[in-house]
Design a protein around this ligand. Structure first.
Ligand code: SAH
Length: 353
């Protein structure tokens, strides 16, 4: 049997050729793109300007990716919502909706699990299961909008997974979501966060997209970084910073550095000074994140005073640094924890039966 087409992963021009292949008029492709990515409908039957015959043909030849929430947690403090979505194959992923004065932001996953192995991160504990498809990533946004009623204007690729380890699908996802005939989200409102895959950062720089690149740095020297992030054995901080420079030169976009503060590991004044020395003179922004404790890991978050001292030193040395405001503290749990607790709950239930 021929493989069914993942129709929500196709751009308008690809949909037009697909229509030709099905013996239909190419303009149908544009109409379908509008239904899928602009109106964001959940079924072919809602596509009322297509004939019944064509809708039946589409059902036969295509898969229509639609994410259904299996759990939604809402913070009573700030309205942040965490979604656990079920995929077609039974896997589950997490996405988050954060509400800010300047608009709503969605934090989405790019893989089921992750293989980067960062020691403080919950997403990587059971490794990587598979890459998400472009349609699944787009659906994270559309399903959040459908289920919350809140329009999403900003997207951060900071959920589970390493986006640059799923390069082609993530680029296609960005093409879909920024398309003016679809959701039409500006590239400038998209942030891609990476643990620092140097060749892929260079490849991304050459694409000259207008997105913000965020780098998970987390340490001011290679030795400390290696103790937190296995990827640091492959690429030195100097190599990562060179790639960032290239990204800035080619795109003109200021780089964001994420620095998760872990008590007794990377949060001393000395380390703040070292970090400032490393980043001084670069057009960048530093985001300080008190680490979210993960129950399977022994890392503790730095206390308030250390976090503030760290920020003050960076600022005194001329750097632009903010402390990330904690959202949804009552539904807390770092990325990947909701999915993990859901899996554990299901395993326990299976054991009881
Ligand atoms: N793989 C990408 C994007 C996903 S993680 C990356 O590494 O950047 C998004 C950010 O959250 C990264 O900076 C990551 O290091 C950080 N992070 C992961 N677990 C965390 C935790 N428990 N506490 C604080 N930050 C965490």
């Amino acid at each position: 049997m021929e493989e069914r087409t993942d129709i929500k992963s196709l751009l308008p021009e690809e949909l037009q050729s697909f229509m030709k292949k099905l013996g239909e008029k190419p303009f149908r492709g544009k109409q379908i793109f509008d239904w899928l990515h602009h109106r964001q409908v959940e079924s072919f039957d809602e596509m009322t300007n297509l004939s019944k015959d064509l809708r039946e043909k589409l059902k036969e030849h295509c898969v229509l990716t639609v994410l259904k929430p299996v759990q939604i947690l809402t913070s009573s403090i700030d309205g942040t919502q965490k979604f656990l979505f079920a995929l077609e194959d039974g896997n589950v992923i997490e996405s988050v909706l954060m509400k800010y004065h300047h608009g709503n932001s969605a934090c989405i996953s790019t893989q089921v699990g992750c293989r980067m192995g960062c020691r403080f991160c919950a997403s990587t504990i059971d490794g990587m299961v598979r890459n998400l498809t472009p349609s699944e990533m787009a659906e994270e946004i559309y399903a959040i909008q459908r289920n919350s009623g809140a329009p999403v204007s900003n997207i951060v690729l900071m959920g589970s997974g390493e986006p640059l380890d799923n390069y082609d699908h993530v680029m296609k996802f960005m093409d879909l979501i920024t398309h003016e005939q679809g959701a039409n989200i500006s590239g400038r409102n998209l942030t891609l966060s990476t643990c620092g895959l140097v060749p892929q950062i260079q490849r991304l720089a050459a694409e000259k997209r207008q997105i913000t690149l965020a780098i998970s740095l987390h340490a001011p020297d290679d030795e400390t970084r290696r103790s937190l992030m296995p990827i640091a054995n492959q690429y030195s901080i100097a190599e990562v910073l060179d790639a960032c420079e290239e990204y800035f030169e080619k795109t003109g976009r200021r780089i964001s550095f994420e620095y998760s503060l872990v008590a007794g590991v990377n949060d001393t004044r000395e380390e703040a000074k070292k970090l400032a020395g490393l980043l001084k003179g670069r057009n960048c922004h530093i985001n300080l994140i008190p680490v979210n404790p993960v129950k399977e890991r022994e890392y503790r978050r730095s206390d308030r005073k250390s976090v503030e001292d760290f920020q003050r030193i960076l600022k005194e040395m001329g750097l632009n640094a903010t402390i990330r405001r904690e959202m949804g503290a009552d539904i807390n749990g770092a990325c990947g924890q909701l999915r993990k607790s859901y899996q554990e709950y299901n395993k326990k239930k299976e054991g009881e039966q």
